[in-house]
Design a protein around this ligand. Sequence first.
Ligand code: MN
Length: 327
Amino acid sequence: MEFEAKLISELEDAIVAAQNILLLTHKNPDGDALGSLLATYLMLQQVGKKSTAACFDPAPNSFQFLPGAESIVNDFVAEDFDLVIVLDCGDIHQTKFHETKPQLWDGSRKLVKVDHHSMAADFGDIKLVYPEVCATSFILTHLFEVLGINITPEIATCLLTGISTDTGSFKHSNTSPEALRTAGKLLRCGGNLLKMSKEVYRTTPIPAMKLWGRILNTVKQTSEGVTLAVAQKEDFEESGAVQEDLAGVVDYVNAVPDAKFSILLSERDGLVKASLRTQREDVNTAQIASAFGGGGHVKAAGFAVKGKLKKETVWKVVGENGEEKEF
Ligand SMILES: [Mn+2]
């Protein structure tokens, strides 16, 4: 990918001038959030710059293998920093630090944004926003090359994880030839594909498996052709699983053939969360989710509403010759 020369020199100047750099990503971090956060952290270490990587929520267990994961903090003193780099985060609200650290956004320190979200809010002094690419880690791979950074095996593993997870392991429609070529480049740099695959895709603790079993048991298709599955509070309690164990099961729900889209409802702590996925070209899950105050991507989105799940049993009268009436 190509960068505007002016942007690159502005970014270089900002990094050179900075004394202490804060790196942020979105709450509930995924592979691209953590991969881009840590790759940038390791890059700054390499060029001898002091930085702190912060995220409101801890990294899920499946991403603890990422080089540098142990250095991520969830709190900091905003005044310590003179440059903030926000990664993989469309909106400052997504960092969750917009309320607790308002000083970060008051214009007194430079703000750099590196992101690929299509509804990216317009913030930042230096904006590297490319909604057409698959991952923030993809942008960083090319950016580091332009900046003359040595992509070490550790940095490559972080970036490879970001590209892999944001393309659904190279299965989503955002898997462009460039995405694969970039992943190939990261493999050549020593990115550890085997370790990443094992930790991210082939590790499922027993409580998570038991939770998935319970959820998959609830799968049904509605009369509108929507695949629905549900995780109730007691499913978590009785399986011993935690919220992050939900990750991955929605892809099974979305595998039902001929569905318009799939929706996984989960109930926790007075909230009902919905994960939406689709394999169809004519369905936009972000649009559906936005009707409930959520958002996301065209093929994967979500929302959360305060409340609980209520099960209603529907009875049907089925006549001798097959006619049905629902009550
Ligand atoms: Mn991303």
